[in-house]
Design a protein around this ligand. Structure first.
Ligand code: BES
Ligand code: MN
Ligand code: ZN
Length: 490
């Protein structure tokens, strides 16, 4: 998607479609600014439709004379309560009405009411990401007409340099979405390793893939236990972005990479959505999407590691039995009282490995618990961290991205729920507080002095119907938050 800016007013702009944001009480003024020739008749028709500029309101007009063929008006709510989120939602709403129109799309918002650089970028992202549709698996994909160029109307051309991150960010989100949408017969641990190697070659990242034997040598007994019931080989992936400059900070992202989670012998039955468990590599998709974007944006002085302990959780004669006791690479023993709590086992060894890099911070992302969905639904991810500054930084990064996040407690009393009769700990606590005990389990594998955050994306990885900027299916949640966070550490 091509982008450009024009300081011209809407009346002097020509294109194929125009999306204009309208605030409550400012109808007259804003419609006049679009096109005085038909402003009066348009205002009357808007009144007849009860359009007043409230959020989520939309009105579309085919225009026979004038400087655009189609006019899409979207409500922004009260002018004095405007934030970038209103711009984002209104853009997504309007962009969907553009489908069927090729050519040039103009977007006109009251930029002056927000930071125009941030607002412009948010609008561009909302536009491209809400128009995304994954057609890779159709044999005869529909020919989709969507705009090929976006013009931000009323912004000075000199601001264009501020939008250099637009394409890398969106490509990162789209990569994450495609990885999650892909079924488990396509995205296997080997496929993830191949895609990572291709990313490394294309974007100048360092890549290491540990094979099963390498992981055995490192004593990664928790991770390997999960993979042993699958015919597919595990792949432990480690990508590194090296800045050209001196390294002042080292950050690590870890993503859960279960390319399928059957539950193992604690098989997923009933309403447990086994058919969706291809998305259990959502954390790793977010990490790879972020890796792609970061390697294009190339932030200064920050080294970023991307780690994925990828495998499948399946059943065969070698699969783990409920009750098996295994040893993680730091020597801790774990009783696997539930084979469906497999993500935390893979993450245990991945987090130990991450700590050995002696980083300034570790953030892991995982579709870890159904309990997190019960707690926060599908628009808000859970955040657990041992560090208040990291909590603040991640919350700010998520807010700026318009991605929902909520800090949850690492309530240490609940650790009792993970006590095992025989081993150091078991992998599953009681049903209540299930996302908290999962986070407490992970904390057992983190060196205390390292700032660490765990983000449970079980709910946010997938959208059943699509909402806001998210199409139905994979959302690519977390990529924009992580990019914001990494860049903010520069
Ligand atoms: N991948 C699932 C979590 C999940 C469930 C994500 C539903 C998205 C939708 C995870 O491996 C899992 O099975 N967790 C169990 C843990 C339980 C056995 C303690 C769960 O949440 O039921
Ligand atoms: Mn599971
Ligand atoms: Zn899982």
């Amino acid at each position: 998607m091509q982008i450009s800016l024009t300081p011209a007013s809407a009346q002097h702009w020509t294109g194929d479609v125009l999306i204009a944001g309208i605030c409550m009480g400012e109808l007259q003024k804003q419609i006049n600014a679009i096109q005085p020739i038909y402003a009066q008749s348009l205002i009357e028709r808007l009144k007849a439709k009860n359009f007043s500029g409230k959020t989520n309101e939309i009105a579309c007009f085919e225009i026979l004379q004038g400087n655009t063929n189609k006019l899409i008006l979207v409500g922004l709510g009260e002018a004095n309560k405007l934030s970038i989120n209103e711009f984002r939602n209104a853009t997504a709403l309007g962009a969907r009405e553009c489908v069927g129109n090729k050519g040039i799309l103009g977007i006109l918002f009251p930029w002056e009411s927000c930071n125009s650089h941030e607002a412009g970028l948010a609008v561009l992202e909302a536009c491209r990401l809400s128009l995304f549709k994954d057609l890779r698996f159709r044999s005869d994909p529909e020919v989709r007409k969507i705009p090929s160029e976006i013009v931000l109307i009323g912004l000075n051309e000199s601001e264009e340099k501020n939008f250099g991150t637009f394409n890398p960010i969106c490509s990162g989100v789209e990569l994450a979405r495609e990885l999650v949408d892909s079924p488990a017969n396509e995205i296997t641990p080997t496929a993830l390793a191949t895609i990572s190697t291709d990313l490394a070659n294309e974007y100048d990242l360092e890549i290491k893939v540990l094979e099963k034997e390498d992981c055995l040598k490192r004593g990664m007994g928790a991770y390997l236990a999960v993979s042993q019931g699958s015919d597919l080989a595990p792949k432990f992936i480690h990508l590194t972005y090296h800045p050209k400059e001196e390294v002042k900070q080292r950050l690590v992202l870890v993503g859960k990479g279960l390319t399928f989670d059957s539950g193992g012998y604690n098989l997923k039955v009933g309403a447990s959505q086994i058919d969706l468990m291809k998305f259990d590599m959502g954390g790793s998709a977010t990490v790879l999407g972020t890796a792609r974007a970061i390697s294009e944006i190339r932030p200064k002085n920050i080294e970023v590691h991307f780690i994925i302990a990828s495998c499948e959780n399946m059943i065969n004669g070698s699969a783990i039995h409920p009750g098996d006791i295994v040893k993680a690479s730091n020597g801790k023993t774990i009783e696997i009282n539930n084979t469906d709590a497999e993500g935390r086992l893979t993450l245990a060894d991945a987090l130990i490995y991450a700590c050995e890099l002696k980083p300034d911070a570790i953030v892991d992302l995982a579709t870890l618990t159904g309990a997190c969905i019960i707690a926060l639904g599908d628009e808000i991810a859970g955040l657990w961290t041992n560090n208040d500054k990291l909590a603040e930084d991640l919350q700010l990064a998520a807010n700026n991205a318009g991605e929902g996040i909520w800090r949850m407690p690492l309530h240490s009393n609940y650790k009792d729920g993970l006590k095992s009769l025989l081993a150091d700990l078991k992998n599953t606590g009681p049903r209540s507080g299930g996302s908290i005990t999962a986070a407490l389990f992970l904390k057992e594998f983190i060196s205390e002095s390292i700032p660490w955050a765990h983000i449970d994306i079980a709910g946010t990885v997938w959208s059943e119907k699509g909402k806001g900027m998210d199409p139905a299916g994979a959302t690519g949640y977390g990529v924009r938050t992580l990019i914001n966070w990494i860049i903010s550490q520069e």
